[in-house]
Every structure is written in structure tokens, then in C-alpha cells.
Design a protein around this ligand. Structure first.
Ligand SMILES: [Zn+2]
Ligand SMILES: [Zn+2]
Ligand SMILES: [Zn+2]
Length: 141
């Protein structure tokens, strides 16, 4: 996903490309494979521009949710963490159930999926796959 693509989606819904919005999106795009709580995101945004306030960050997360551009996960401590959804090159995620850490992997077994579907008379149109587990730091704590 690019900044321009997201801004265009927002524009179609009547949301303007304000400066704080651009900054929030730029930070989210830079952290495409890191889940952040709203507060963690706010701190990163503040590094870019001190004037952006917390409610603006929250409001923009609501808008991105509404446009279905946000991936959400809830950590063991009950904290909601978010990242932008991935829409680039086909890949999958290995996700830590406790802290939400994401590792990307590309070796997808699509030949097997296609053949499996075919053997049941399906023509495959797509798939989603997420691996879950505990990362090394969560496992040891
Ligand atoms: Zn991804
Ligand atoms: Zn973890
Ligand atoms: Zn795949």
C-alpha cells in the first residue's frame, strides 16, 4: 500500500489529506510489519510533529478501521494493537499471540493448495494463512 493509495481511499469518503493525517499514515507505512497500540503510534507521530494531538491519532485509527485498511490484534494484556493491512506482494505472517510481533514469510505452498482445491472440484481464487505462536522473548518470560 502506498500513501497516495490510502489518501485516495480517504478522499473518496470525503476525508481530506490533512498534514497530521499524512504524518500518521507515513508512520504506519514505515511500520507495516509492526503492531502498535494507539499510544505507541501517538509517540512515534509526536517525534515527527509535536503539534499532532492524541485524539487526532485515535480519530484517524477509527477512520482507517471504517475503511477496512487496519489490521487489529489484542495482546494477552488486553491491549489493542494495530497496523495497516498488507496489500503488496503475496506473503504470510507468523504472529506472536502475546505481544503481536510479526515475522514475514514468503515460501507459500500455493501449488499444494491449488491441487487440493482442484481434487475437490474447486478453482482456487485465493487464500489467507496466519501462523500463530509465542516469540522467543514471550516464551521466556
Ligand atoms: Zn504483511
Ligand atoms: Zn511475543
Ligand atoms: Zn500464500
Amino acid at each position: 500500500m502506498t500513501l497516495n493509495y490510502i489518501l485516495e481511499q480517504l478522499r473518496l469518503k470525503g476525508y481530506r489529506a490533512t498534514e497530521p493525517r499524512r504524518i500518521i499514515l507515513t508512520v504506519l507505512l514505515k511500520q507495516i510489519h509492526t503492531v502498535l497500540s494507539a499510544d505507541e503510534l501517538y509517540l512515534l507521530v509526536k517525534v515527527e510533529d509535536k503539534k499532532v494531538n492524541r485524539s487526532t491519532v485515535y480519530r484517524n485509527l477509527e477512520i482507517l478501521t471504517e475503511l477496512e485498511l487496519l489490521y487489529k490484534t489484542i495482546t494477552d494484556q488486553g491491549i489493542t494493537k494495530v497496523k495497516l493491512i498488507c496489500s503488496d506482494e503475496h506473503h504470510h505472517h507468523l504472529i506472536c499471540d502475546i505481544c503481536g510481533k510479526i515475522v514475514v514469510f514468503h515460501n507459500c505452498n500455493s501449488t499444494y493448495y491449488n491441487e487440493f482445491a482442484k481434487s475437490h472440484g474447486f478453482t482456487l481464487t485465493g487464500h489467507t494463512l496466519e501462523l500463530h505462536g509465542l516469540c522467543s522473548s514471550c516464551k521466556n518470560s
